[in-house]
Design a protein around this ligand. Structure first.
Ligand code: PGA
Length: 249
């Protein structure tokens, strides 16, 4: 059985003090028990402080990006070893905002996937089509290319342990959620793609999230779907009460 995983992607929000306050509140809310594994991904500057508050709790810590080298002359970048050192267990890789604004490609995503796994981090790989691609009927083609590109050269065992987030770009931050049927159809396509590349065992174990305007009102319906194992939540993860309702869907 795959354990559901719900992660909050805070994007470029929250100071250190705001982070500490939010994770403290979440810790109390989640202490009552959530059926899903819960992860928060604050900005780099607040990771260490969040990790200190979350140590020993059931809430996991993740980063929003990383570089693929462990150290060196790469001004402005943060390495997988530094994320481990700051207390991270997870790292989001290939978010559509990074692909769109920071020239992330399937090739750099692949390098980051390998480096994250090498460092013992669990990647949350993001894939998803734009509105134009969906309207052109290219969703499976685009998502298939992204999945194959990102996972190229990984082992079946590595793929079994990662998380993949299907995030249609048109649903991110727009309030427009994919219907649970559409979301499940693409998540199931991703699982079949993984099965074709790495075999049934990896496909059966890999956890696939849906992301894009997830809120307390739609999480239940999404989580009821057979191929959706969790959610990657942006805007609705920035407030403890709202995120708390989502993780206790
Ligand atoms: P949203 O963002 O929940 O604000 O739509 C999701 C994401 O970008 O991960």
């Amino acid at each position: 059985m795959r354990k559901p995983i719900i992660a909050g992607n805070w994007k470029m929000h929250k100071t250190v003090a705001e982070t500490v306050a939010l994770v403290q509140e979440l810790k109390t809310l989640v202490a009552g028990g959530a059926q899903a594994e819960v992860v928060v991904c604050p900005p780099f500057t607040a990771l260490y402080s969040a990790g200190q508050v979350l140590a020993g709790s059931a809430i996991g810590l993740g980063a929003q990006d990383m570089y693929w080298e462990n150290q060196g002359a790469y001004t402005g970048e943060v390495s997988p070893l530094m994320l481990k050192d700051a207390g991270c267990r997870y790292v989001i890789i290939g978010h559509s905002e990074r692909r769109q604004y920071f020239a992330e490609t399937d090739d750099t995503v692949n390098k980051k996937m390998k480096a994250a796994l090498e460092a013992g981090l669990i990647p949350i790989l993001c894939v998803g089509e734009t509105l134009g691609e969906r309207e052109a009927g290219d969703t499976e083609k685009i998502v298939g290319v992204q999945v194959r590109g990102a996972l190229h050269g990984l082992s079946a065992e590595q793929v079994a342990g990662i998380v993949i987030a299907y995030e249609p770009v048109w649903a991110i931050g727009t309030g427009r959620t994919a219907s649970s049927e559409d979301a499940n159809a693409v998540c199931s396509f991703i699982r079949r793609t993984v099965a074709g590349l790495f075999g049934a065992k990896s496909a059966g174990e890999v956890r696939i999230q849906y992301g894009g305007s997830v809120k307390p009102e739609n999480i239940g319906e999404l989580m009821a779907k057979s191929d959706i194992d969790g959610a990657l939540v942006g805007g609705a993860s920035l407030e403890a009460a709202t995120f708390g309702r989502i993780v206790k869907y």
